[in-house]
Design a protein around this ligand. Structure first.
Ligand SMILES: [Zn+2]
Ligand SMILES: [Zn+2]
Length: 301
């Protein structure tokens, strides 16, 4: 299984177009890497690809990753799309993929995410022919003809604590956010959980059983957006567990025996001090054995 990090930032990216915070300014001068909005591309064979979330940056991400580019005059090797939730930074790239012609995308998400997303006219066409939008609420995802999922890629859906998007009321509903576990032909498992309000017992068990994990690293502290002067919302109000604090992810992950596995944070917000490699926050993350995903990172499992 080939795993490529297409984007590693939260909504807005780094730099974000209207932001001159410390990290955005550093990314503009080249002192920090630029980061597009978070997404992974996964393939069992390098031939057919699955996107895990499809960010508004998807066109540039395809151009940066030749295996995702067309192989004929028109067409795409992207067969399937898995969505963790209905936030626009995770589904907005569907708007870019609308010129698919008669190519069929198989989109999968929880039923509630499908309902929220397809209520928006921009996304509704993906639930109609030639496409199909299948419910992936929990457990092993069934095969669907022509789809690598359920065939060469085994995938399980894992409901995690989380909120519906702001445009859908920020409700704490089961199915609002889903993580995925993907198992390679060799039996190695990748857990993709770029959004969660907490690491519950189920997600903690999935992390312990995985070989590689990509976890929600949006915010270092709960009040980070307020403290950096870019907004008035707490991380938890946006449905993200901060990394630190009594209910933070690092405290939970300390019980997850991370030593034997590769652990990355992704979906990192541009306010997050871990993006400054010389910061105390970056040192704290490293002490926990956790790295920051970077755009273009490729792993083979
Ligand atoms: Zn997001
Ligand atoms: Zn910024």
């Amino acid at each position: 299984m080939i795993v490529r990090v297409l984007g590693s930032a939260a909504g807005g990216g780094v730099p974000q177009w209207n932001c001159a915070c410390t990290n955005c300014a550093a990314a503009r001068t080249g002192a920090q890497p630029r980061r597009s909005q978070s997404s992974l591309a996964v393939s069992a064979d390098g031939d057919r690809w699955v996107l895990l979330n499809v960010s508004p940056d998807v066109a540039g991400q395809i151009e940066a990753h030749p295996p995702l580019q067309p192989r004929g005059v028109r067409g795409t090797p992207i067969a399937s799309i898995l969505l963790t939730d209905a936030n626009v930074d995770h589904i907005g790239g569907l708007v870019t993929l609308r010129q698919a012609g008669d190519h069929r995308f198989t989109v999968r998400s929880s039923a509630i995410v499908r309902e929220i997303a397809t209520a928006q006219p921009a996304f509704a066409p993906f639930a109609r022919a030639p496409h199909r939008w299948l419910a992936a609420d929990a457990g092993a995802l069934p095969a669907a003809d022509g789809d690598p999922i359920g065939a060469e890629l085994r995938v399980r859906a894992i409901p995690v604590p989380g909120l519906t998007p702001g445009f859908a009321g920020r409700e704490a509903l089961r199915g609002a956010v889903t993580a995925y576990a993907l198992t390679s032909a060799s039996g190695a498992t990748l857990v993709f959980a770029p959004v969660f309000a907490a690491i519950d017992a189920t997600l903690a068990a999935e992390i312990r059983a995985a070989d590689v994990v990509f976890l929600d690293g949006s915010f270092f502290t709960d009040d980070e957006m307020i403290a950096t002067g870019v907004g008035d919302k707490y991380a938890t109000a946006l449905g993200h567990a901060p990394l630190t604090g009594p209910a933070g992810s690092l405290a939970t992950l300390a019980t997850c025996e991370l030593g034997g596995r590769r652990c990355f944070v992704t979906h990192v917000n541009n306010t997050n001090p871990i993006l400054d490699a010389g910061s105390a926050a970056a040192a704290t993350l490293a002490q926990h054995g956790i790295a920051i995903a970077t755009d273009g990172l490729v792993l083979e499992l």
